[in-house]
Design a protein around this ligand. Structure first.
Ligand code: NDP
Ligand code: PYR
Ligand code: MG
Length: 423
């Protein structure tokens, strides 16, 4: 970013008041009578009801529309481990997206934990307060055990966004991009740079969508993850291939797909030039991609290019997933977010990209036209139809797969966030 853009970002966060979120009141509070209801003595009545039956918390408090965004700051975007407090702008940002796109209230919680177990214990002890937990920017491999343990210990949905939100959006974009490139996913040779939270989850979901594990070369900082390596954790080991290729330079030769979930400027124009015809490049590291789209487009005119950023076409970013996935899960009071719900979200995103783009989206991106093709493989976050399409698909999948504690919502389809509480 230029110095002017960096300053604009700092000003945005500090002016006119610090931060991006605030708390609003939902009940009248202008008289002593109101206070006697909101506070003592009236507040005792809902307390007694919740003590009798914890489900009443959904009736008398904001729990059912409240998601905690929780991080230890160990993998903040692609910036690395900057600690919990430095992750707060990102966590507030996730809260902005929850509210703006899905009408969900959120609190950000930055945990200073000395170990994964301490983090798990901290979160588990406060979990009942919320309707769901969105884990964010926790590095691999610790994130896998943290999420598994919290799913086991909590009765509300726990979802590591960097794993599953990213994987859902990547899979949707990839299925469309390969279709446009005229390639079959089960034939595609895929290079994944990065072997952390996002990369492992993305490759697992691509395999579930038809990619062949033996066609995937995954790389970490030490190079290709191959069967001869003895330094692999169990998650990386799932992607160890029997190959003589050792470096990105080796792996990228002839590849159909590059997925970057690692760090900035790690794919060179020379390496892009070694890829097969119509290469699909998802350079998803934030804020700086593995290859800048201007560089990629200048290098090859047949590249189908996506990044995680809002300021370039084809934004492959978990913002297209987590707000709507939680909306659907909360509205049927799902106990968890399972594979069926994730796959339903993939197909809802994939299908929406193939529909005509609305004027609202054209205006938001200041373009005259946008249609399914190389420059538009996935819906944009500013598409208000996402609220209905993804949330409905996720809610229906939760009901069908038996994890919903409420029926499919009678107030669906949703056409705006004003409707999220029903009528
Ligand atoms: N667009 C989107 O929606 C999203 C994008 N991301 C991006 O993905 C990236 C990774 O995030 P996340 O998975 O959460 O973090 P993790 O810390 O869990 O994983 C980072 C991975 O990147 C690898 N890596 C880092 N530098 C290099 C390098 N120079 N060469 C090869 N591999 C490297 C690490 O290798 P090693 O294992 O050897 O340490 C590790 O496997 C970030 O840039 C993040 O912004 C993440 C989530 C969503
Ligand atoms: C988008 C996001 O969650 C990340 O880059 O970590
Ligand atoms: Mg993240």
């Amino acid at each position: 970013m230029t110095d002017a853009k960096k300053q604009a970002a700092l000003d945005y966060h500090s002016q006119p008041i610090p931060g991006k979120l605030s708390v609003e009141l939902t009940k009248p509070t202008t008289s002593a009578k109101h206070l006697a209801l909101a506070y003592s003595p009236g507040v005792a009545e809902p307390c007694r009801e919740i003590a009798k039956d914890p489900e009443n918390a959904y009736l008398y408090t904001g729990k059912g529309n409240l998601v905690a965004v929780i991080s230890d700051g160990s993998a903040i975007l692609g910036l690395g481990n900057l600690g919990p407090l430095a992750s707060k702008p990102v966590m507030e940002g996730k809260g902005v997206l929850f509210k703006k796109f899905a009408g969900i209230n959120s609190v950000d919680v930055e945990v200073n934990a000395e170990s994964p177990q301490a983090f798990i214990d901290t979160v588990a002890r406060i979990a009942d307060t919320w309707g769901g937990i969105n884990l964010e920017d926790i590095k691999a491999p610790e994130c896998f055990e943290i999420e598994r343990a919290l799913i086991e210990r909590c009765s509300i949905p726990v979802f590591h966004d960097d794993q599953h939100g990213t994987a859902i959006v990547t899979a949707a974009g990839m299925l469309n991009a390969l279709d446009i490139a005229g390639k079959a996913i089960d034939q595609a040779r895929i290079v994944c740079l990065g072997a952390g939270a996002a990369a492992i989850a993305c490759m697992k979901l691509l395999v579930a969508c038809g990619a062949k594990a033996e066609n995937i070369y995954m790389l970490d900082r030490k190079g290709v993850i191959h069967s001869g390596r003895e330094d692999l954790n169990q998650y990386k080991a799932m992607f160890a291939t029997d190959t003589e290729r050792r470096t990105l330079d080796d792996a990228i030769d002839g590849a159909d797909v590059f997925v970057g979930l690692s760090g900035p400027n790690l794919l060179s124009p020379e390496q892009l030039n070694k890829m097969a015809a119509n290469p699909v490049v998802f350079a998803c590291s934030n804020p700086d991609p593995e290859i800048h789209p201007d560089v990629a487009n200048a290098t090859r005119d047949d590249v189908i290019m996506a990044t995680g950023r809002s300021d370039f076409p084809n934004q492959v970013n978990n913002v297209l997933g987590f707000p709507f996935i939680f909306r659907g899960a909360l509205d049927v009071r799902a106990t968890r977010i399972n594979e069926e719900m994730k796959v339903a979200a993939v197909h809802a995103l994939q299908d929406l990209a193939r529909e005509p783009v609305t004027q609202e989206v054209l205006d938001a991106y200041e373009v005259d036209s946008l249609e399914f093709g190389r420059g538009y493989i996935i819906p944009t976050p500013m598409d208000s139809r996402l609220l209905d399409r993804v949330s409905s698909a996720v809610a229906q999948a939760a009901v069908d797969s038996g994890v919903a504690r409420k029926p499919y919502p009678s107030h669906y389809p949703l056409s705006s966030i004003e409707e999220v509480y029903g009528s």
